[in-house]
Design a protein around this ligand. Structure first.
Ligand code: FAD
Ligand code: NAD
Length: 153
């Protein structure tokens, strides 16, 4: 098994796409992520997994809070932007929930404070306790076999 095999196997798991956002020293930061899951209803917990080289790692470690923004099918460019796949210095106008930046028009903005964390290999799993939720109608952006897609109806 090599890394490409591993990624090919993981890529068979179709996911949605999120942008994780946080705020540190009055500066908003966003990062595309598909490693996200719901964990517990009581208390309400979710998990994200952040790579050791991602700038987002130190920012969440220091801020102690983050939002998970579930992208709609219309937000593929935003996903590419926050994954560093488009380099165009674009200005993003964030929405705000309780002084945390969030992605406008996402299908859901899930605002969390860090409950606990676990370093796992070259990633850190952050478990977040959900403090605020905003839900919108729409269809999701998907990621499968390393490619973006939509749900066909
Ligand atoms: P940077 O690379 O510096 O930032 C990412 C991009 O966002 C840059 O283009 C930057 O200009 C822009 N940006 C950030 N903040 C702002 C702002 N305030 N205003 C305007 N632009 C801004 N990595 C993981 O660790 N975990 C995952 O679950 C994960 N899932 C992914 C899923 C997909 C579908 C893809 C394509 C990538 C995924 N990645 C994941 C990789 C991750 O998105 C990239 O490695 C990303 O570049 C890491 O971001 P960073 O925090 O290091 O910040
Ligand atoms: P890919 O074929 O690399 O991704 C397929 C699947 O492999 C992903 O959905 C994810 O489950 C897994 N994966 C990929 N890179 C990983 C990593 N570094 N750590 C743990 N799991 C990983 O798709 P792609 O189009 O080549 O991805 C674009 C970029 O985004 C790559 O640089 C990739 O490393 C990164 N990415 C990172 C993660 C992550 O860190 N969890 C997830 C997805 C994509």
């Amino acid at each position: 098994m090599d890394d490409r095999n591993f990624r090919n196997a993981m890529g068979k798991f179709a996911t949605g796409v999120t942008v994780i956002t946080t705020l540190l020293e009055d500066e908003a930061h966003g990062m595309t992520a598909n490693a996200f899951m719901s964990v517990s209803l009581n208390p309400r917990l979710v998990t994200i997994s952040i790579g050791e080289n991602a700038k987002m790692l130190d920012k969440i470690n220091e801020s102690g809070k983050f939002a998970v923004n579930i992208l709609s099918e219309a937000q593929k460019e935003l996903s590419m932007h926050f994954a560093g796949q488009i380099k165009d210095n674009r200005q993003i106008e964030f929405g705000w929930i309780n002084e945390l930046p969030v992605i406008k028009n996402a299908l859901a903005n899930i605002v969390c404070k860090v409950h606990s964390k676990q370093i796992a290999g070259d990633h850190t799993l952050f478990i977040g306790e959900v403090t605020e939720l905003v839900i919108s109608e729409g269809a999701p952006l998907t990621f499968y076999e390393g490619k973006y897609g939509k749900i066909l109806s």
